[in-house]
Design a protein around this ligand. Sequence first.
Ligand code: ATP
Length: 366
Amino acid sequence: MSKTHHISVLPGDGIGHEVMASATQVLHAVGQRIGVQFRLVPHKAGAQHYLDAGVALPEDVLRDCERADAILFGAMGLPHVRGADGTEIIPQLDLRFHFDLYAGVRPIRTFKGLPTPLASPRAAEIDLVLVRESTEGLFYARGRGQVNDDAEAFDTMKITRAGTARVCEFAFKLAEQRAQSKGRAARVTNIDKANVFASMAFWRKIFEETAARHPSIAADSAYVDAMALNLVIKPWAYDVMVTENMFGDILSDLIAALVGGMGMAPSGDIGDKHALFQPAHGTAPDIAGQGKANPTAMLLSVAMMLDWLAVRHADAALADGARLIEHAVEQVFSQGLVKPMEFGGSDGTDAITRAVLAQIVRGDAP
Ligand code: ATP
């Protein structure tokens, strides 16, 4: 009998609940197909929990996440729930720091059957990953910002050698794995603002040192403003990209837009010991509670979790589960079985979940 995988489940706020309900159904169905048991432990946490219980991320939830094999996370935060300094309650940032989840991995690709906002037929080739450093950078300033006499404010960017080296190393390893699985040349593009800031020039130096340790992988660097342009004009030209926390936050939404919206953008927050998987989107208060959310980003995040567990536990069945989810998602869109409301279609969370489940249960081989 194989190991039962303990998964801490944090649906959170807003559409986090809706997409998580979809994810847990799909995970159970996949578990049955691949003969693997998952013990899902659901927890209350988030901005609403802060209003209800006075704490966004209770200690017992943190302890369960520490013990778990992986964490599944929906979305947290509500615009009207704020701390004394005016910033939102954002427990996902606390989790990244607490568990040292330094690599925010955001893969983006086009799906046959779904339109993209780009006119070029080459949009069909988009298949890239943004690796966002997630434990320092400008987000280091969170909770440390200083406002003096209502006249000036300071937030500090922190870039360390160790923090930069480990996330750059992660990006090169990821590029190597992708090159093997996709049969194409590995490439890492560094994104910074080294022409203006000492911190970013230091970041670039560490990137180039890391690149020198991987001579077989193509490496280049670009300024973040130029990349915002290039990612719209020729996103198919990129493979793995690595960048500072704040730049990664912004570019994550940009690359999600390239393939139709936030509902298509999965993510994994990966550390050396722990990992958390969540859609790249937020709680979407504008559509929450209406059944309109596209659960695809959440489902693809579950697939990322299975791939991560497969490596950690040397269990190929888990990777088969990841392929089952990806294949099911590809099929429901390419066959035109569903079109998410996000794309102007009429299918909400339930319809998309049912369609994906039907594919998984029917079990076409990927
Ligand atoms: P955060 O600051 O936490 O990233 P946000 O408020 O900036 O959150 P989102 O909550 O991600 O942004 O929402 C941005 C837009 O994308 C909204 O219009 C929202 O309705 C839409 N959106 C986000 N996720 C989905 C989804 N899964 N399905 C459909 N639309 C979505």
